[in-house]
Design a protein around this ligand. Structure first.
Ligand SMILES: [Zn+2]
Length: 366
């Protein structure tokens, strides 16, 4: 059972072991620390974690192999705009227009629009973009620390680039049958030249033709791990070249099936949402949908009861020439095939449908 306001918010998360930061330590209250060149600064409040981190990655790691803890990308990666006062107290969290969470100045409690069922208030302004990516660092798990690490960025360029990369990675992996949480990723920093509006001072300089200039920034990037990708690409190439499933492709297909199975909601027969006849079975090897339904009964109802006719004279539904021919061969097995073929042809020509041609045939030959 959930406790209202406590366990009903759907929040997911392991203990946060630490943070991967892009900036140097703050030297002045209210101002972010200087952006560091292409490396991460790791901080942790859990004893032993920083030591475990530095023992493997050093103090200035540029590139980290990470895992995303959750299969749904939205649980791993969160973006918002936030206003913090005094660097410590969150004032509001919004999407740039409406607040999802804000501090009630009277009670000192936070109001969460969705949780509390209240109308979101308009953003009062002053907030800044933030992107937080939850990752698992294998080295910390190896050292006995199970939890996630948050890579945080306040750069719009990072936020856009990470969003794009994760979405692309999600699409690629899903198509190959993997979940985003099943593969290793590279989380790294790299300096890129980016466009920016020129400052007022620069714009006043008439010799500069454009109001936009460029600047070099150390940005955050994430891609699936290169070695892992290379193995998958080889498997896909092999599959394309030979048409035969490479061992890795088999694995991919198994994973795809497993992911699909897990993604399928459990049949809800009790509620009546999904009746037995709506449940389809998929052949794991081919993806073909298997029809579990028994073939329609050929048993006639009593209307068709004819005491004079034997069971063999019931004409099954015949929808094509092949079915008609097979039925006719079975029913008039004693007739020479040539003669039967002629009779079938003329019956079909006379009647127009295979069902009535069969009836006609019965009239003539039975
Ligand atoms: Zn805001």
């Amino acid at each position: 059972m959930v406790i209202k306001g406590l366990t009903d918010n759907g929040n997911t998360g392991f203990p946060i072991l630490g943070k991967l930061r892009k900036g140097a330590k703050k030297t002045q209250e209210g101002r972010p620390g200087k952006d560091l060149p292409d490396y991460w600064r790791f901080t942790s409040e859990t004893p032993g974690v920083t030591e475990a981190f530095e023992a493997v990655y050093g103090t200035e790691p540029n590139k980290l192999t990470v895992f995303l803890p959750y299969p749904k990308m939205a649980d791993n990666w969160d973006t918002a705009k936030e206003l913090w006062s005094g660097g410590q107290v969150l004032q509001h969290r919004c999407d740039g227009e409406k607040c999802s969470q804000w501090l009630d100045e009277n009670s000192g409690e936070y109001v969460a629009a969705e949780r509390d069922g209240v109308e979101p208030i308009p953003c009062p302004g002053g907030c800044k973009e933030v992107g937080r990516l939850e990752v698992i660092l294998p080295a910390l798990v190896d050292a006995g620390f199970v939890g996630t690490v948050t890579a945080e960025t306040h750069s719009i360029n990072d936020i856009v680039a990470i969003e794009r990369a994760l979405r692309a990675g999600d699409m690629l992996l899903t198509q190959w049958g993997w979940r985003v949480s099943q593969v290793p990723w590279f989380l790294y920093r790299s300096t890129k030249t980016i466009g920016r509006p020129r400052t007022a001072k620069e714009r006043a300089n008439k010799s500069l033709k454009s109001v936009r200039g460029t600047t070099d920034k150390s940005l955050v990037f994430i891609t699936p791990d290169a070695e892992w990708m290379s193995a998958q690409v080889k498997a896909v190439q092999e599959h394309a070249r030979t048409g035969l499933p490479a061992p890795a492709i088999k694995k991919i297909e198994m994973n795809a099936q497993q992911a699909r199975d897990e993604a399928l909601p459990a049949p809800r027969t009790e509620s009546g949402l999904l009746k037995d006849e709506d449940i389809v079975t998929v052949n794991p090897a081919t993806g073909e949908i298997l029809d579990d339904e028994p073939p329609p009964s050929k048993e006639p109802d009593h209307w068709d009861d004819d005491p004079d006719s034997g069971q063999e004279d019931i004409i099954p539904e015949l929808s094509n020439k092949a079915e008609f021919w097979e039925w006719a061969q079975g029913r008039f097995a004693s007739l020479p095939e040539r003669e039967l073929a002629d009779a079938c042809r003329s019956a079909t020509a006379e009647t127009g449908t295979f069902d009535s041609a069969a009836e006609k045939l019965m009239e003539k030959l039975a």
